[in-house]
Design a protein around this ligand. Sequence first.
Ligand SMILES: Nc1ncnc2c1ncn2[C@@H]1O[C@H](COP(=O)(O)OP(=O)(O)OP(=O)(O)O)[C@@H](O)[C@H]1O
Length: 782
Amino acid sequence: MTTPSDLTNEQTVQMQPVAVDSTCVDLPASILHAEKEMPGRAEQQQSLRVYLRVRPFSKEELADNEDQSCVVIESRQTVMLHAPKGSATMKSSERGIGLPSHKFTFSQIFGPETTQAELFQDTIKSQVSEFLDGKNALIFSYGVTNAGKTYTILGTPKEPGLLPQVLDATFQYIAGRQYEAMDLKPYLRNDAQCLGPDQIKQERSAKTAIFASFKEDCDPVRGSGGSNSLSSPAIGLSFSSLSCEQTVVSSPLGSSQFALWVSYFEIYNESVYDLLQPPLCSKSKKRAGLRVCEDAAGDTYVRDLKWIHIKNMEEACKLLRFGNRNRSAAATKMNQSSSRSHSIFTMKLLKIDGSTVQRVSEFSLCDLAGSERCNKTNTFGERLKEAGNINNSLLILGKCITALRNNQTDRMKNSYIPFRESKLTKLFQAVFCGKGRASLIVNINQCASTYDETLHVMKFSAAAKQVVQVIPAKSLESLAPRLVGRDGKPLEALKSYLSEEELLDEEDEADMSILPQNELLNVIESLRAKLLAERRKNLVQEMEIRKEMGDAMLQQLMESEELRSRQMEELKESYQERLENTFDMYKDAIKEHAYQCAMNRVEDDYVPVEEFIAEQENAEALRRELSELKSLVSTARRAPVLDQSCQTQSSTDTAGDDRWKRLYKEKCAIEKMCEDKQQLILALEQRLLDLNETHHTLKDDFLQKCADLEALQRKAETNSIHDLLRENADKDNEIASLKAECCKLSQKSSVPPKTKRGLLSNIRDNWSGMWQHIMQQAWPWD
Ligand SMILES: Nc1ncnc2c1ncn2[C@@H]1O[C@H](COP(=O)(O)OP(=O)(O)OP(=O)(O)O)[C@@H](O)[C@H]1O
């Protein structure tokens, strides 16, 4: 068992450049605290136990003078692998890819000197105890060919392997309390079946048929309970060494009885074959493959697999030998008797109270086929196909382990675990998912020639070691078996329960390879027709779904378009309204401004009509006076001739001369003044004309601006909202410039402030000035 302190110790080991298996450094806390039952928690967590067994060199290997320093066991948990010269690993490391040495940690490492009994004691003994206590267990032996997997599981006559030891421990445990009746048998994965007399008969004859084939080899089957003293030539093993003192679990007290049923099957080329089935008479006939099905709880089982009730080690040995004879083995380059299949020996222990099965526990030992790759084993033809299938199922096992590990280390991840992709993983899915404990025994040899394959095995085991098995506390309760009658129907009224036949109706994974060829063709045809119909149905469904989706999307699009255009309309209206308001405001302001300017100008230039008429009358009077004066002056001009004569006649009249002179002067001044006045009137009239003209110009300007504004307003109504916004800005500028122009115009048109005296007062001022002037001219002495 790996503990945190063990891991700390492991890290202190200093080596040359070494690839340290990451599991020994970065184990997550959950794994470090694994294997502890959490008090108050509804589950137990335990990392998958991965043991390493290094087998000793054989005589031939020692004779070959192979490099013997590839595998160095450093401690009970740590092993170093050094790549030998010429290995692919060494070549890669020489090219700078990877390192020549690798360090791995295991739950425990067993060196070449380890005995089978020691191995049992330190690895699976606790699991055997659990099995006897009602829990499930699974043991895998994994490694390349010739690494010692079969040796570990089965052993030799002198060194019985784990399986005989488990059997032995079980028989010790149930000794004296065996249920002899044989009428209660395992059913599906976890259930039990109550057999009728004829079924019991069948069971007995099946067992007798198997044992009959050993008549010539072995002693007659002895009674129950004689496990300890067996020497069983049936499998060529002497189990004398099993009469050991190993007491796994002391026999329980109470009235319960136990029945042990076993099965033995192999998975060869992805087909399941019953190894306890009598061999076929004709070698040309193909063995019948068995189907892997699921029960109502989703647990897999092998349909029609033979379960044999055994009562002692002798019977167990016979069955093992019988099964091993049927097992697919072939000579490979590496092993003269290489297992080409995964063989699975399963024990089911039924705990029976009266006639009720209290519980069924299961212990499976799986001797996996060699994990080597094809090129190493010089495989061709059938061997190549075997290798492909072996590698595939081991690859799937590896994938499942990696996916389990990834899902556990990263809780956010929930990757698919491909249990169903191979028969092997499908069958043991339940154990990996918490319905039992699993252990992996990795077997390696120390040969330099298989170094690369061994390294591959070690990397696989490094991943496996990180897997945590979460075993719900309730898993055992859920394993409480259902008892079914001889027809497979439950003895108790269980609505949800499906019999095997009912289950099989729904089962779609029938193993068709067992049917004859013409039937197979029929099956293929009907399947093809079904497939076509199914495809057509799917296509129609897909089209309908697509159409529905398309309609829904179109509807959604139209609705959103409508909403958008409505929003645009509202926006446009609001902007238009704001624009109109702004225009009205500016229009009013301009009108007001123009009106004010006009009013100011009119006010400045205003001359009341009465005053104007009065001024005109005055001017008329002045004109009349002027004309009188003129006539007076002309008279006066004619007078000097007369006056000359008068002068000569009466030169003494000086007073008259003076007066004439004065009048003449006055006349000249009045004439001058009249001319000035005339010019002033002309200037005033001209001014009036100018003012009228300015007034008209302003009026025209004003009307023009109003027209422009109206045109802009009309345009704004027709333009889009964006144009309006843009033009709004333009118009703002234009209005600003108009305002500026108006200001300029108003400045230009406005006269400088003056007192509102009007034309008349000007004329009056001028006239009084002129009158003073005349008077001064006329009477300069005044
Ligand atoms: N621990 C061991 N001590 C002594 N001999 C061993 C040990 N392990 C294996 N051997 C011997 O090595 C040889 C190969 O072992 P085994 O047949 O068990 O290998 P394997 O891994 O099962 O091979 P394959 O996958 O080809 O079946 C056998 O002769 C076996 O007796």
